[in-house]
Each structure stands twice: as structure tokens, then as C-alpha cells.
Ligand binder design. Structure first.
Ligand code: ADP
Length: 269
């Protein structure tokens, strides 16, 4: 049994994904219990996000990374399905546009960070710039080498200016990915999710795992640590993330602002 604290990547440690079990059920007894906990956490996340919005001083950034079919979309649906849409924004990161490429790699990312009072969810992120970009050798190796520290410095600046950062790597096994890709071929309702390119990435599974290990080792910091979430079971993945998001919001202790007027000063006629 693993506790949620064990999901953390201690800053400075060397990650071996083979040592992390993607199938564990953590401390959850069964699917029903985990789903009930997720629903409760989702409701509580909504309550806390409302106060965070009213307070309007700080932001929460949730970064989701994982190979194709790891469950990034499903996580967002399960964890934030109760959160009012006013204070939340989901940002998917696809291949950069020509305009993005005319700037430094963090330019499009910085423009997408959550504003004060809101929660931002990154579906993929600047970490693609040391993952797919590394595996496919889209920029020179020495440039990628510098990016780990550049990312750490960027995230530190965000934290120092009022943004709490949660980073989740959704860890699935190669066998589970095979099942999920096959389901996309077998189920006509899932055909839209299938891209032939996903098979190219799958063919480079080991290279991607190695790139993940490097970035998890080098970019888990005191101010923005990584967590490796077992994701072969969708209900475990969502329950773990919902619980951590809720606990993080609780620890932030958002407060409704105290007005500089008294209700009795006004009379509505
Ligand atoms: P998803 O798979 O996240 O549901 P898409 O099918 O649109 O969404 O895939 C997004 C694609 O964009 C992925 O293949 C990913 O590798 C690619 N991508 C994201 N960021 C970058 C980047 N910085 N450089 C190159 N490719 C990127």
C-alpha cells in the first residue's frame, strides 16, 4: 500500500519509473469507495474555489502530463466537474504555432497561466518542450539541456508572485496503453480520439519514459514538486488527484475579503 505522500518526487532524487507501480490501488478499498471520495472532494474543491475567486489574490496552477491515453482529459472531468466555470480555465497545449515558435518556449505558457483568484489546468504543458521535443530532436540538445533550469526558474517566479503549482505525471503501463488505444479502434464513439501519430509515439515508448525520468528528476523542486500518479486504474488516478487538489486548496486557506463597509449602512428601497 502506498500513501498519497509517497507519490511525491523528492527534490534532487533520481526517478526510475519502473520502481513506481502504475496498478496500485493506494489506500482505497475498492472502486466504489474511491469514486465516492472523488465526488466529495470535487464538491469541496468547488466550495474552496469560490472563496479563492472572491479573495482574488492568489492562483492555483494544475499541470497534467502523461503519454497518450494516460487520462488527462478524464482526470479533468472527474476532479473539476463540480467547479463553477467562472473561476477555472483548461489550457490544452498542442504543437506550437508559427507565432509561438517565433518566441522563446515559455512565451505561450506564461500568457496562459491562471490570473489571480482562478484555477488553471494545463493539459500538457511546457514540459512537452523537454519531452516530445527531446525525443524527436526538434531543437539542439544543448538548448534542451538548459531548459530544465529555465523551467525551474520560471516556476519559482510564479510561486513567488502568488501561484501555487501542482504537477501530476499520470503513470500508465505499456500494456494499459495498448488496451486503451485498441479501444479507440474498436469503439466508433472513440474513433475521433485516435491519431495514427499516437502509434509513432508508442513505438518510442522507452525514449519517452527516459525523457520523463530526466525531467521528473531535474524539475521536482521544493517550490513545485512533481507527483507520479498511478493511472492504470482511472478511479485511483482521479481519487488521488482530487484529494491532493482539495488538500492544497485547504492549505492555501482562502478567505472571503472583509468589506470596508457595513451592511446596515445601506437600505435597499
Ligand atoms: P492530446 O493528445 O493532448 O489529447 P492532441 O492529440 O492535440 O491532444 O496532441 C497534442 C500534440 O501536441 C501531442 O502529440 C504533443 O506531443 C504535441 N505538442 C505539445 N506541445 C508541444 C511542443 N512544445 N512541441 C511539439 N509538440 C508539442
Amino acid at each position: 500500500m502506498t500513501s498519497l505522500d509517497d507519490l511525491l518526487v523528492p527534490p534532487g532524487s533520481k526517478v526510475r519509473l519502473a520502481d513506481r507501480d502504475p496498478e496500485t490501488t493506494l489506500h482505497y478499498a475498492d472502486k466504489r469507495e474511491a469514486k465516492a471520495a472523488t465526488a466529495q472532494d470535487a464538491a469541496e474543491i468547488d466550495r474552496l474555489q469560490d472563496i479563492l475567486y472572491a479573495e482574488g489574490r492568489r492562483a492555483l496552477l494544475v499541470i497534467l502530463q502523461g503519454t497518450d491515453t494516460a487520462g488527462k482529459d478524464g482526470t479533468i472531468r472527474d476532479v473539476f466537474n463540480r467547479t463553477g466555470p467562472i473561476g477555472i480555465r483548461v489550457m490544452p497545449f498542442r504543437a506550437p504555432s508559427e507565432e509561438d515558435l517565433a518566441h522563446d518556449f515559455l512565451w505561450r505558457v506564461h500568457r496562459s497561466v491562471p490570473s489571480r483568484g482562478t484555477i488553471g489546468i494545463f493539459n500538457r504543458s511546457h514540459y512537452e518542450d523537454v519531452l516530445v521535443v527531446k525525443v524527436r530532436e526538434l531543437v539542439p540538445a544543448d538548448e534542451i539541456e538548459r531548459r530544465y533550469e529555465q523551467i525551474n526558474a520560471f516556476e519559482k517566479m510564479l510561486v513567488e508572485t502568488g501561484t501555487t503549482i501542482l504537477k501530476f505525471m499520470l503513470h500508465i503501463s505499456k500494456g494499459e496503453q495498448k488496451k486503451r488505444l485498441q479501444a479507440r479502434l474498436d469503439d466508433p464513439r472513440k474513433h475521433w480520439k485516435f491519431r495514427a501519430g499516437d502509434l509513432d509515439d508508442r513505438a518510442r515508448w522507452d525514449d519517452f519514459q527516459a525523457a520523463y525520468e530526466t525531467m521528473l528528476s531535474r524539475c521536482s523542486t521544493e517550490w513545485a514538486p512533481w507527483r507520479i500518479v498511478p493511472a492504470d486504474r482511472k478511479w485511483v488516478r482521479s481519487a488521488a488527484i482530487a484529494s491532493i487538489v482539495r488538500r492544497t486548496l485547504e492549505d492555501m486557506e482562502p478567505r472571503y475579503p472583509v468589506p470596508d463597509w457595513k451592511p446596515e449602512d445601506f437600505k435597499i428601497v
